[in-house]
Design a protein around this ligand. Structure first.
Ligand SMILES: C[S@@+](CC[C@H](N)C(=O)[O-])C[C@H]1O[C@@H](n2cnc3c(N)ncnc32)[C@H](O)[C@@H]1O
Length: 331
């Protein structure tokens, strides 16, 4: 098998995520079943010998799936997966250990796990540059169908009746949510995105859609957002949290004033089928929701209160796009 680049290994890890989740679940079932089968073992509702055999067979299938990608499964409990790669001319293994939020570690092949180091920042940072480049590439035709406008309207509708003075639109893209927020008559809107191409599209539209220049456009990374602590009354984030990861939720708690509102949307897990290039950008520390309850948990487990969730199904020319629209309050 060939070598992985860091983005390729991250994309493969993102694709393997459901396989790894199932492996972890079944591993626990198999351990519980094996314990119950030992002399004097405690009975389990999971079953007996046939269920244990079925779990072992399925675990073998799942491990084969991991190995077919070209990654090496080095550990089972905890899971340890190595992706052969090259770094500065040396053969290395990019290394993911169960519990790691993303692929951020490597070790030289000859050193093994004891030689494990964090990937240098310059390598990790490449992913933001790559993300910006990918989104620059789609900016010109990004918002041609109704989907983004409908999500933005739903996000703004749920912010509440009190007009927010300072709004932050995170990963604004071509500015759809920032423009939608103008109907709340805020004092100021800060709209940020890492893609200069997206921001350029937004600025071109602003000439007619924001003549009063309420919106400030800024090329900036979402985390940490360029907002002082408690500096925002409302945060919007349309269709982007899955590219930012759990750190963004923590950052919004920091940036919002107590009582401030957040509105974000996330795709339904089973409906999210990004290309390999975009999949490589998706952090692994935020599990996409399949149900309203799972979407609500993301906000409440991060520390938000008054969480509400609505599912939105939008017909676009090529498919139905399903998202959860989540609103919550910073306590
Ligand atoms: C799917 S688009 C959503 C754009 C817009 N919010 C909308 O709903 O139309 C995702 C956006 O996230 C931006 N993005 C991705 N990673 C980012 C990061 N780390 N910091 C800021 N923006 C980011 C991309 O440049 C892109 O514009």
């Amino acid at each position: 098998m060939g070598l992985f680049t860091v983005p390729e290994a991250r994309a493969e890890l993102a694709r393997l995520r459901p396989v790894l989740d199932e492996l972890i679940r079944l591993r626990a079932d198999a351990a519980e079943l094996a314990a119950s089968l030992r002399p004097g073992g405690r009975e389990t509702a999971l079953g007996g010998m046939p269920e244990w055999k079925a779990a072992q067979a399925r675990l073998d299938d799942l491990m084969t799936t991991v190995q077919r990608t070209g990654a090496e499964l080095k550990g089972f409990a905890p899971l340890l997966i190595d992706f052969p790669a090259e770094l500065d001319g040396a053969d290395v293994l990019l290394c993911w250990l169960e519990g790691d939020p993303e692929l951020r570690w490597y070790h030289r092949v000859d050193l093994g796990f004891a030689g494990r180091r964090r990937l240098p920042d310059r390598v990790a940072a490449v992913s933001e540059e790559i993300a910006a480049g990918l989104f620059d590439g789609v900016a010109a035709h990004y918002d041609e169908d109704d989907f983004h406008g409908l999500v933005a309207d739903a996000l703004v509708d749920g912010l509440g009746s009190t007009a927010p003075e300072r709004v932050l639109d995170v990963a604004t893209g071509t500015g759809v949510a920032a423009f939608a927020a103008l109907r709340l008559e805020p004092g100021e809107v800060l709209a940020i995105d890492i893609s200069p191409g997206m921001i350029a599209q937004a600025e071109a539209k602003a000439a007619t859609r924001d003549p009063g220049k309420i919106i400030t456009w800024q090329v900036a990374s979402a985390v940490p957002s360029p907002v002082e602590d408690e500096g925002a009354d409302a945060v919007l984030c349309a269709s982007s949290l899955h590219f930012l990861g759990a750190a963004a939720l923590r950052d919004w708690l920091r940036a919002l004033r107590p009582g401030g509102r957040v509105g974000f949307s996330l795709p339904l897990a089973s409906a999210f089928r990004p290309s390999a290039a975009f999949a490589a950008l998706v952090p692994t520390d935020l599990k996409l929701p399949e149900t309203e309850d799972e979407a609500a948990e993301l906000a409440s487990e991060a520390g938000f209160t008054e969480v509400t969730v609505k599912r939105l199904d939008v017909e676009t020319p090529d498919r139905t796009r399903s998202v959860f629209v989540v609103h919550a309050t910073r306590p």
